[in-house]
Ligand binder design. Structure first.
Ligand code: CAA
Length: 257
């Protein structure tokens, strides 16, 4: 079992902690392999409804491991898909994934947060894509997800100048979902995840898929996708339970079906 990450569960919430504090959680392949495997495991676990990824107080993650990749050749990277091979795994996860970010979220660390569905930032959180300083490029979705998240003008500024955003700026620009005090970060994110995980899982999955469609396709396709997702809700026992519970003024008893 790798110690590059730590995992635990809190009821229906899985918590994954990136655990290379001496390297500010630099994302080497061992860590990313372990993270990818943990995400797939929790995604397949019926007892889990939401997943939280967090780092440490100084860094969520300071990016891809520069020491590991400094001497790779272009063919090394093509052959083994170093750095990028686990990023598609994150996209495959059907359950909601929340990032709880304190400290530096730089390069691949910022891209990891961008790949999550909800980003809760502590006051200390700092976001940057500083790859240009290395004559590299944000290559784990950064040049694609950041413009979607904060618009082209702000994204170009961050990617081309390595500008770092503090938590309040990141909140204003739409890079994060909410900002909390550092000492509340984990408790508040776990509470949010527990609230989400208490809802009907198939409905959560359908909503996540539909919102992601808004990023990835045209409005016409997205509306059609959403309509089908809505119609499919009527096949769900939980949807009928949710509506009848509302009418009867009682708490719904979701079976995640
Ligand atoms: N890779 C490897 N090691 C890293 C690292 C990284 N991305 N970031 C930090 N570290 C290591 C440092 O080398 C240092 O190790 P030693 O103690 O052995 O010297 C340790 O973590 C602590 O870092 P610092 O001493 O630099 O801490 P600081 O507080 O002075 O600065 C920082 C913090 C501003 C985050 C600084 O560490 C930094 O700029 N890190 C690099 C950030 C970066 O360039 N990220 C992009 C990487 S490329 C990428 O991510 C590509 C992609 O899209 C996939």
């Amino acid at each position: 079992m790798s110690n590059e990450i730590l995992t635990e569960t809190h009821g229906r919430v899985a918590l994954v902690t990136l655990n290379r504090p001496a390297q500010l959680n630099a994302l080497n392949d061992a860590l990313m392999d372990a993270l990818g495997a943990a995400l797939l495991r929790f995604d397949a676990d019926d007892g889990i409804g939401a997943i939280v990824i967090t780092g440490g107080p100084k860094a969520f993650a300071a990016g891809a491991d520069i020491g590991a990749m400094a001497d790779w050749s272009c063919m090394d990277v093509h052959r083994d898909r170093f750095i990028t091979r686990n990023w598609e795994t994150i996209r495959q996860v059907r359950k909601p994934v929340l990032a709880a970010v304190a400290g530096y979220a730089m390069g691949g660390g910022c891209e990891l947060a961008l790949a999550c569905d909800i980003v809760v930032a502590a006051d200390s959180a700092r976001f940057a894509l500083p790859e240009i300083k290395l004559a590299m490029l944000p290559g784990a979705g950064g040049t694609q997800r950041l413009p979607h998240a904060i618009g082209k003008a702000k994204a170009m500024d961050m990617c081309l100048s390595a500008r770092m955003l503090d938590a309040q700026e990141a909140d204003r620009y739409g890079l994060v979902s909410r900002v909390v005090p550092d000492d509340r970060l984990l408790d508040d994110t776990l509470a949010l995840a527990a609230r989400i995980a208490g809802y009907s899982l198939p409905a959560l999955v359908a909503i996540k898929e539909s919102v992601n469609r808004a990023w990835e396709g045209t409005l016409t396709e997205g509306i059609l996708f959403e309509r089908r997702a809505l119609y499919t809700r009527f096949a769900s026992a939980d949807a009928h339970e949710g509506m009848h519970a509302f009418l009867a003024k009682r708490t719904p008893d979701f079976q995640h079906r």
